[in-house]
Design a protein around this ligand. Structure first.
Ligand code: ATR
Length: 308
């Protein structure tokens, strides 16, 4: 292993990973992952590309052709990619979204292995295998950052029913939360997520609308809070943060959204999306490298990237 203090030189043997999104320039994933790669002494680099959804298939195939180790996908690609990979891991099937792709080739016995196992020649064909590391990362972040050891039975209000909101709702249902309240600007989408939960987790109590009693957890899975002028992601006429014990904002940049500020003022426990980003990324690195992710180094790099 090379010196863990710094990255290796880029040369003709350097291998690549990347995050694809649209937009992408605010992503902290390169800082997070390159710190992890350097600490593991891997001669790999992690890049970021702004890829329009119309070009996602071409970008995935290009990365495959260039023998990238793997990819992360972010907004708005996670559901689109379900149809664009060659194979889906159970995690991607379970949550219906792909945030991590690992490229794989066959060894002499015909077994599919990650490209990290082929340092020299990579035999054709290469396949793209899709995973989801977001759902588990959310639960880990809630446990670590909000001290919510037991989600079972916890009443929760989830704001947002887009890509992130849908996976969050399904994961909370799979953890057996108490009543799950779903709110979204476009009510139809909240109703669709509620219907999917009722079908897949029939014992889960799910309500489209705001709670009137105390809830253990409020999660923001909308994009409101990314811009300084954004309003709160809930209607203050219909819900008060005084009813919430803990508030998790999946946004990590800015580190303190108006929602988190208001939640602190209402004496709620709070956490931003750093923990979720960290854990989804650490798991992706483990999927690509088959090594234990250097989580402390990665957390430090991420905090430096976000807090300066
Ligand atoms: P992601 O994959 O990050 O969830 P998305 O699928 O585009 O991205 O979802 C964005 C979420 O933020 C949705 O819940 C969206 O509400 P709609 O379903 O009504 O579009 C929510 N959102 C975005 N802009 C919003 C706004 N100005 N007001 C309220 N909600 C907003």
């Amino acid at each position: 292993m090379s010196d863990a203090a710094g990255p290796t030189e880029i040369n003709a043997s350097t291998r690549y990973c990347a995050v694809l999104g649209h937009p992408i320039k605010h992503s902290a994933s390169p800082d997070l992952q390159n710190a992890g790669l350097a600490a593991l002494g891997l001669n790999w680099r992690y890049l970021a590309f702004d890829v329009h959804p119309d070009h996602l298939r071409a970008a995935i195939n290009g990365a495959k052709g260039m023998k990238f180790i793997g990819l992360n996908l972010t907004v708005p690609h996670k559901r689109l990619a379900l149809e664009m990979v060659d194979e889906l891991d159970e995690s991607a099937k379970m949550w219906g979204a792909v945030n991590t792709i690992r490229f794989e080739a066959r060894d002499a016995q015909g077994q599919w292995l990650p490209l990290a196992r082929f340092p020299d020649d990579v035999p054709d064909p290469i396949r793209a295998r899709g995973f989801n590391t977001d759902a588990d990362a959310l639960v880990r972040a809630l446990r670590e950052d909000l001290d919510l050891q037991l989600l079972r039975g916890a009443g929760a209000l989830l704001l947002g029913a887009g890509g992130a909101g849908r996976v969050t709702a399904l994961k909370l249902a799979s953890e057996g939360v108490g009543t799950l309240f779903l709110v979204n600007r476009t009510a139809r989408k909240a109703a669709e997520v509620a219907a999917e939960i009722r079908q897949r987790f029939p014992r889960q109590e799910v309500v489209v609308g705001y709670p009137t009693n105390r809830v253990d957890l409020v999660i923001n899975a909308t994009s409101l809070g990314l811009k300084p002028e954004d309003p709160l992601p809930f209607d203050p006429k219909q819900f008060s943060l005084r009813l919430a014990r803990a508030v998790y904002d999946m946004i990590y940049r800015p580190a303190e959204t108006p929602l988190l500020k208001a939640a602190k003022a209402a004496a709620c426990r709070t956490a931003n999306g750093i923990g979720m980003l960290l854990h989804q990324g650490a798991k992706a690195l483990e999927i690509w490298s088959e090594k234990t992710a250097p989580i402390v180094v990665m957390r430090r790099a991420l905090e430096k990237s976000v807090y300066g």
